[in-house]
Design a binder for this molecule. Sequence first.
Ligand SMILES: C[S@@+](CC[C@H](N)C(=O)[O-])C[C@H]1O[C@@H](n2cnc3c(N)ncnc32)[C@H](O)[C@@H]1O
Length: 313
Amino acid sequence: MTDQNDDRSQAEPRAIDCVQGLAALEEGSVDLAFADPPFNIGYDYDVYHDKHDDDRYLNWTREWGEGIVRALKPNGTFWLAIGDEFAAELKMIFQRELGLVCRNWVVWYYTFGVNCVRKFNRSHAHLFYFVKDANTFCFNDETIRVPSARQLIYADSRSNPTGRLPDDTWILRPQDVSGGFPASDDVWWVSRVCGTFKERAGWHGCQMPEKILGRIIKACSNEGDLVLDPFSGSGTTLAVAKKLNRRYMGFELSPEYAERARDRLAAIQPGDPLEGGEDPKVDPSAPPRRRSRRKFRDPDDRESSLSGKLFPL
Ligand SMILES: C[S@@+](CC[C@H](N)C(=O)[O-])C[C@H]1O[C@@H](n2cnc3c(N)ncnc32)[C@H](O)[C@@H]1O
């Protein structure tokens, strides 16, 4: 970790509108950006109500999206987290209008969704993996390889001893499949950060799991690179970047969220382990805690919430 990063840890994330923040960045200065924007589904953040006319939301996406593309280095990478409602439109904006190249459309299957009342329960979000240049980008496959089925199950002597790259595929819930999946399975099997998990900061309803950001940052940046999160929220991206010895920068509209994220960053050190238990169904380090009613982020959640039926899967 450089001195510069130590200085930044005092100031990041900045309490600023990301459109402004991005416009002030030096062109071509960011190695990796990760954005988990409001999904335009009516979630109430501290100082932002997440429900606008569709066209306004899409035009705003174009605005901050242009800022991201401008800020990325020619070999830079951009990951976008988005829900079902606008996944298709946002992919078109970043790919067709803003000229990024989509390398993967990852489906993050999460456990601990919330039961819906009159339709299938939602248990996934979309993670788009874009690069600026189709041929030149950072992809450290050796940092994220997982054991293959040949290694784990078949003891096949022909298996590659370094394992294989993780999938980007749909996966059934473990409880729907005979035998379930071992914790070592090679799927993006990471629970949402639930209310009872030790990892949960407790003051931001949309906290991303550190393990999701860990995989992205390890694969798509190198130590010392600059990682940017324009919607830093509870500060997960910056926290993981700091732990993994990257430089980091974040923008957050809410001064309170930004302040609390700075506290979170101050409490961690480069090299600290990422949060999240090995078993994605439970966090063994979590003390039992009473469940409280809370605001949910997606419409399915709200549907259950309004009916008073909250059943973690
Ligand atoms: C989905 S949350 C991000 C959560 C984050 N990934 C985490 O792990 O905590 C979106 C965040 O964007 C912030 N936000 C909304 N509009 C913004 C803007 N124009 N500029 C910067 N931040 C904004 C909200 O306050 C909210 O904290």
